[in-house]
Design a binder for this molecule. Structure first.
Ligand SMILES: Cc1cc2nc3c(=O)[nH]c(=O)nc-3n(C[C@H](O)[C@H](O)[C@H](O)COP(=O)(O)OP(=O)(O)OC[C@H]3O[C@@H](n4cnc5c(N)ncnc54)[C@H](O)[C@@H]3O)c2cc1C
Length: 392
């Protein structure tokens, strides 16, 4: 029924991982996708399935319990899962997002203590940067404070929109240690869910990715051991931005998978649905729509795989490529899923068919981990530089 897009795996190991993932997705994830959306609960069974099959630490180094796989393999895995269920794909992507501050800025002890538990799926990770007054302008308006007292930091403040915050065992949290220094006064911390003064607040009701919980996290005199400061004080914002270079391609992969899933479904439907005596795919208006969808999906895929390849190489321009692939894949996900609903006509609008869910799920990929406007800002700054007014 589905139109499979062939892309040769880079290595035998990647081929093996992808074949396992395709089987799991077909047997276990796809049949649960509509239910996960309807129930609106974190799918612990799917997380367990991914953990048992070593999918939660694909790009983590083998010395810390990960698979030591390439970044290219990781994005392909997220894509395959998102083809069937965007919420489930986020389990893999956010495990990476939450672990990255430790992998990028953490010391050997921190990596040894935490990464194996995340790689195995024993623990779930989250990443807490956003606040009510600080989303796109993450550094400029951050209010959560961390003050050093003896061998502890005391955190006070509230983070919002934190994916998996209510199911996470470990949260990478960003807080201001020196308000006089702007972005250079932000530090990163590892917070365990049992640390005194940490609690989960309100949960968002959302348009899409409903099986992925999004919550408020409250820090009230939360006690964090000084040993859980990640990197030196004041390096937090730099770490947060380096994380996005590696996590944005994961969101791009989620977006691409959603788009591919919608294209697969719409194509199969267009071959079977008869109008005016022939399949609607044979009506030029519909056939051309499918042709444009396919072209956009393949263009987005090439951009994503190239960005992921550059992540593997630690290329100097990885920030720009991460932004470009998230921008392109997010926009393609939105346009392709919208067109897929159109191809199905009235049935596309019904929850009996998966494309309306895919359209709702696609929207978030244009918003989180930096909105599309912020991706454009990143790319344009790489081209023309950041404007600084001339000195008076
Ligand atoms: C479901 C969900 C899950 C999320 N998960 C997480 C998570 O796990 N961890 C986390 O830390 N955060 C998370 N977020 C937060 C998300 O990253 C932010 O919502 C996002 O970065 C946008 O910030 P904002 O909502 O404050 O919008 P704002 O920054 O207020 O932006 C509002 C609008 O203004 C535009 N805009 C702002 N500045 C500019 C500019 N300079 N130029 C042009 N346009 C601009 C934006 O593009 C947007 O359209 C999540 C959000 C959602 C909805």
């Amino acid at each position: 029924m589905t139109a499979v897009t062939p892309h040769p795996p880079a290595t035998d190991e990647e081929a093996m991982i992808l074949s396992v993932v395709r089987e799991l997705v077909a047997d276990k994830v796809a049949p649960r996708a509509a239910q996960i959306d309807e129930e609106g609960e974190f799918p612990h069974d799917i997380k367990q399935l991914f953990a048992e099959n070593d999918l939660l630490g694909i790009p983590f180094p083998a010395e810390y319990g990960g698979l030591g796989g390439s970044f290219v393999t990781y994005v392909k895995v997220v894509e395959e899962i998102a083809r069937a269920c965007a919420s489930s794909s986020l389990i893999v992507a956010v495990q990476e997002l939450g672990a990255l501050p430790i992998l990028i800025g953490g010391n050997h002890d921190q990596k040894q203590r935490y990464i194996p538990r995340l790689a195995s799926g024993e623990w779930i990770a989250a990443y807490a940067l956003t606040e009510a007054g600080s989303g796109s302008d993450a550094a400029g308006s951050m209010r959560t404070r961390a003050e050093k007292r003896g061998d502890k930091y005391i955190l006070n403040g509230t983070k919002i929109f934190i994916t998996n915050g209510n199911v996470a065992d470990l949260i990478s949290v960003f807080a201001v240690t020196d308000p006089s220094k702007g972005a250079d006064g932000i530090s990163a911390f590892i917070v365990e869910k049992d640390f005194p003064g940490f609690k989960v607040g309100k949960r968002e009701k959302k348009m899409g990715i409903r099986g992925s919980p999004t919550v408020e996290l409250v820090f009230e005199n939360c006690e964090v051991p000084a040993a859980n400061l990640v990197g030196p004080e004041g390096q937090g914002f730099r770490i947060a931005m380096k994380v996005l270079d590696k996590s944005r391609p994961g969101i791009a992969a989620q977006a691409l998978g959603i788009a591919q899933g919608a294209l697969d479904y719409a194509t199969a439907y267009a071959k079977e649905r008869i109008a005016f005596g022939k399949p609607i795919g044979q009506q030029q208006g519909v056939g051309f729509m499918l042709a444009d969808m396919k072209t956009e999906v393949e263009a987005a895929r090439l951009l994503l795989y190239e960005a992921a390849r550059r992540c593997d190489e630690n290329a100097a321009d990885v920030t720009t490529w991460a932004a470009m692939c998230k921008l392109k894949c997010g926009d393609v996900a939105m346009s392709v899923t919208t067109d897929a609903v159109q191809v199905l006509g009235g049935y596309g609008y019904s929850t009996e068919y998966p494309v309306e869910r895919m359209m709702r799920d696609a929207k978030i990929t244009q918003i989180y981990e930096g909105t599309q406007q912020i991706q454009r800002l990143v790319v344009s700054r790489a081209l023309v530089g950041k404007w600084r007014p001339p000195a008076p």
